[in-house]
Every structure is written in structure tokens, then in C-alpha cells.
Ligand binder design. Structure first.
Ligand SMILES: Cc1cc2nc3c(=O)[nH]c(=O)nc-3n(C[C@H](O)[C@H](O)[C@H](O)COP(=O)(O)OP(=O)(O)OC[C@H]3O[C@@H](n4cnc5c(N)ncnc54)[C@H](O)[C@@H]3O)c2cc1C
Length: 463
């Protein structure tokens, strides 16, 4: 049977755009449908605009600190509409780049919602037409969990709306303890908003190393962010004067101008027509796939956040490249999820790769833990008490560095570079054989002399 396309991609986000471009460059006839803006979450309402807001929120401390270095800066004022307008202009520019890259590669962009209408059939919702494709790739991403079980959830915002608030609130409550919650807490706090995180767990950032989590909590609190752990919103309501009231599980009631929910993301599968082809969802509502990103239907693949493997842009892009290699270059390639480095653009920032100390303890009997906490040089003149943490988790038997964890300025950039030796299974001796770059904070990573902790047969010994 002759199909209209060799590949139909549903969703023009990080994963979908990369797959469409690469497949088209390989000679395939490709169409890609997008129901919103081209670029997806990362470009339009995720990584990129978020990082721009993080930059904006860091100037206040810089202005304050500059005095100790001899600068006299006049009274600083901040204008939220200017920031949002400039951010939007940059996002428009990036969207244009994405569109033109698709066009240059020869992929046809269909600006419409699309759904499956049979094994090889895709319905274009904009005009009700159906097209056929030999293969289909679902790359529809995820969206913020609206937490509909919470009474008053409709009064709350999510990260989507946070990028377009008309006015900066005076006080905000952020529900959730993941990276989106702590990043936005840093943004709002830095811009002068009274900010409180409300998190049901024992400590925020549950997937990260415990030393990082504890120090992050202490440092963020020191900066003025309130963090309430072991609490959830029980009800949100609006007062007659428009202010919001959040009733907390501990019995307290908090007043705020805005309440943001950052309590996870749900895969975008609604109305996708998965039932017409017999694809069932997994327990988390994601599309299950095999090691090559193939769904239970032979010619339908899924990549990125909709599969809920690791919800990060570089991972979605990597899955897209593996898909194209497997399907269009006859090189079966499984995505590699081993030692995925990641950053949290919180304040202070976090960068991490490999095993946390706790997960290393589950897999290895003997460990050497190297860590140091110190006040960076820049803070010596300003009196700012911010501390930095650098930590290596080393397998004591093989001396291989299993994990590297950083909290403090430049942690995200360090994580990218640390990912190379950790992925290459470098040993502690390889780190030590590397000449230090002085004076830097990261030189501590190659000058650790003795472990802060030794774990032998699962028991922690005094250093
Ligand atoms: C606030 C925030 C900050 C983030 N920060 C980072 C970060 O710093 N680093 C990082 O690596 N990751 C970050 N992420 C995660 C990252 O954005 C995602 O992992 C990534 O965008 C996933 O790519 P994707 O291709 O799977 O989906 P998406 O980029 O979400 O793209 C999916 C696209 O499909 C479209 N779509 C959905 N359904 C249909 C349909 N039926 N028909 C047509 N189109 C459809 C959507 O409109 C969307 O454009 C962040 C996410 C958020 C929300």
C-alpha cells in the first residue's frame, strides 16, 4: 500500500522535531503535527524561559554584593512586564528557528492537533482530513498535573501560567518538592516575592543525594525561602478581596496572592486515539515502549515525556536519534540511560551525575565518600554566608567514581563536565592525576585527600 508519508510525527517538541528533521534528512517523507507552538515544552514553557527568569532573579544578590567590591549602584528597581516581553521575544525567535530547521530538512509541518484514526491513519483535527503513514511516532510530551483532587485547584496556577503572569505577586505558595518547584521558588524569591514551598515529603528534591538536599534546604532557607515539609494543601479558596487562602494539612492557613502547583507532570495522551490501535497505557498513564521506543503496535513508536522514562530535553532528543538510527538507518540503537547528568537551576544551583550515596549503598558494600562544604572565595568580601558542597561517591574496591554531586555556583556547568569522566568510569586516581585549576571551587574535586566517610560491608566507619 502507498502511504501519504513514510513517517508521521505527532508533537513538535524536543523529541518530535529532532526525529522529524533527522528522518527527513535521511530521505523519508515526513509530516509533523503540532497543536500549539513549535518547540514544545522546553522552548516555549520549560527549560529556556525558565533559565531566563533564573538569570533575572539573580541580579538582586549581584547588586547587593557589588558594594563590597567597590561598586556603588543606585537604587535598583525591577519591572516584570519588561522581563516577560523580552523573554517572549526570545521565545518567538527560537520558535522561528525551529520552524525553519524543519522546513530546511524537508519535513512538512501541519499546524493542528492530530490523533490516531486506525493503524496507519492519522486524523488532522484542524480540517477533519485523514492521512496515512507507514510509521507513526508519538512525541506529545506531558503537561502539569492539575491536581483536580484538591478543592480549589482551579484557583491555582502551574508553571505554564507562571511564565505569563500579568503582575508579580507579593506572596506565593508553591506546592511540590521537585525541581520545578524549587526553581520557581528561587525565581520568585529573587524577584522579591515572599515565597513558601509546601511539600508533603520529609525533604525536597527526593531523587537527589541527601547531603545536597539538606544543604539546599538550609541555604534556601537562609536566603529567605520558607520550606514547609510534611504538609500538603487541603483546600484552596478565594477571599472576597481576591486573595487566596490555602488550608494546610498541619492545620495552618496561609494567605497568598498566587498559589502554584508543581506536583508532577502527566503524559499528553487524551484524545490521541490510542484505543483505535490497541495501545494501552501503563499505571502512570504513560505509553509503554520497548528498549527501542517501540509501542505494542509494530509500526508505532513513542519517545520523550509521553513515555515517562526520564523527563528531560536531552533524553527526549537522544531517544529521537536512537529511533531514527533504528528505523531509517538500519542501526538498531537503544537509548542509554546510564549516568544521565542533570542540573537544578535552583538558588543555590545543583548539578549531579551518577549514583547518590544512598543508591550506591544499596549496590556496593564498600564505599569511600569524599565531600567538602565551604564558603566560596567570592563570598569572603561580601560577607554572604552561602556555602557550597562538592561530593564524590567512590566504589572502594574498584576506586571507580560512581557519583558526583555539586551544590553552589556553576553546579550545572560542572555536572556536564563531570558526566564525561563518570560515564567513562574514571577512578579517584584519575581525578587526582588531573592538575587543579586554581582558584576555582571545582578544584576541590581533584584535591580530596582522604574520605570523609568509609563504608565497609555496609557499615559506616569513622573517617
Ligand atoms: C518548567 C519546566 C522546566 C524544565 N526545565 C528543564 C531543564 O532545565 N532541562 C531539561 O532537560 N528539561 C527541562 N524540562 C523538561 C523538558 O521540557 C521536557 O522533558 C521536554 O520538553 C520533553 O520533550 P518532548 O518532545 O517529549 O515533549 P514536549 O517538548 O512537551 O513536546 C510535545 C509537543 O506535542 C504537542 N502535542 C501534544 N499533543 C498533541 C496532539 N495530539 N497533536 C499535535 N501536537 C500535540 C504539544 O503541544 C507539545 O508542543 C522542563 C519542563 C518544565 C515544564
Amino acid at each position: 500500500m502507498a502511504y501519504d508519508y513514510d513517517l508521521f510525527v505527532v508533537g513538535a517538541g524536543s523529541g518530535g522535531v529532532r526525529a522529524a528533521r533527522r528522518a527527513a534528512q535521511a530521505g523519508a517523507r515526513v509530516a509533523i503535527a503540532e497543536s500549539d507552538r513549535v518547540g514544545g515544552t522546553c522552548v516555549i514553557r520549560g527549560c529556556v524561559p525558565k533559565k531566563l527568569l533564573v538569570y533575572a532573579s539573580q541580579f538582586r544578590e549581584e547588586f547587593e554584593d557589588s558594594a563590597a567590591y567597590g561598586w556603588h549602584v543606585g537604587p535598583a528597581t525591577f519591572d516584570w512586564p519588561t522581563l516577560i516581553a523580552n523573554k517572549d521575544r526570545e521565545i518567538d525567535r527560537l520558535e522561528t528557528v525551529y520552524r525553519s530547521n524543519l522546513a530546511k530538512a524537508g519535513a512538512e509541518l501541519i499546524e493542528s492537533r492530530a490523533s490516531l484514526d486506525g493503524p496507519h491513519r492519522v486524523r488532522i483535527e484542524r480540517n477533519g482530513k485523514t492521512v496515512t503513514a507507514e510509521r507513526i511516532l508519538i512525541a506529545t510530551g506531558a503537561r502539569p498535573n492539575p491536581h483536580t483532587a484538591l478543592e480549589g485547584h482551579e484557583l491555582c496556577i502551574t508553571s505554564n501560567e507562571a511564565f505569563h503572569l500579568e503582575r508579580l505577586p507579593e506572596k506565593i505558595l508553591i506546592g511540590g518538592g521537585g525541581y520545578i518547584s524549587v526553581e520557581f521558588a528561587g525565581i520568585f524569591h529573587g524577584l522579591g516575592v515572599d515565597t513558601t514551598i509546601v511539600y508533603r515529603g520529609r525533604e525536597v528534591l527526593s531523587r537527589f543525594d541527601m547531603d545536597l538536599r539538606r544543604l539546599f534546604h538550609a541555604e534556601a532557607t537562609n536566603k529567605g525561602i520558607r520550606i514547609l515539609c510534611g504538609e500538603v494543601f487541603e483546600k484552596v479558596e478565594k477571599r472576597a478581596d481576591g486573595r487566596l487562602l490555602a488550608h494546610l494539612s498541619g492545620g495552618g492557613v496561609e494567605e497568598a496572592d498566587a498559589i502554584m502547583l508543581a506536583v508532577g507532570r502527566v503524559p499528553n495522551v487524551d484524545g490521541l486515539g490510542l484505543e483505535t490501535v490497541g495501545i494501552d497505557l501503563d499505571k502512570r498513564g504513560a505509553i509503554p515502549v520497548d528498549d527501542y521506543s517501540r509501542t505494542s503496535v509494530d509500526h508505532i513508536w513513542a519517545i520523550g515525556d509521553v513515555t515517562d522514562r526520564i523527563q528531560l530535553t536531552p533524553v527526549a532528543i537522544h531517544e529521537a536519534m536512537c529511533f531514527v538510527d533504528t528505523v531509517f538507518h538500519d542501526r538498531p540503537t537503544k537509548p542509554d540511560y546510564d549516568k544521565v547528568a542533570t542540573a537544578v537551576f535552583s538558588q543555590p544551583e545543583i548539578g549531579t551525575v551518577g549514583l547518590t550515596e544512598d543508591s550506591a549503598r544499596e549496590r556496593h558494600k564498600n564505599l569511600d565518600i569524599y565531600k567538602t562544604t565551604f564558603r566560596p572565595l567570592k563570598g569572603t568580601l561580601t560577607g554572604r554566608s552561602d556555602r557550597m558542597l562538592l561530593k564524590l561517591v567512590v566504589d572502594a574496591d574498584s576506586q571507580i567514581v560512581l557519583g558526583a554531586h555539586v551544590l553552589g555556583h556553576g553546579a550545572g556547568e560542572m555536572a556536564q563536565l563531570l558526566a564525561i569522566p563518570v560515564k567513562m568510569r574514571a577512578t579517584k586516581a584519575d581525578f587526582d592525576a588531573t592538575m587543579a585549576v586554581h582558584p576555582t571551587a571545582s578544584e576541590e574535586l581533584v584535591t580530596f585527600s582522604a574520605p570523609a566517610e568509609r563504608v565497609r560491608n555496609g557499615e559506616t566507619l569513622a573517617a
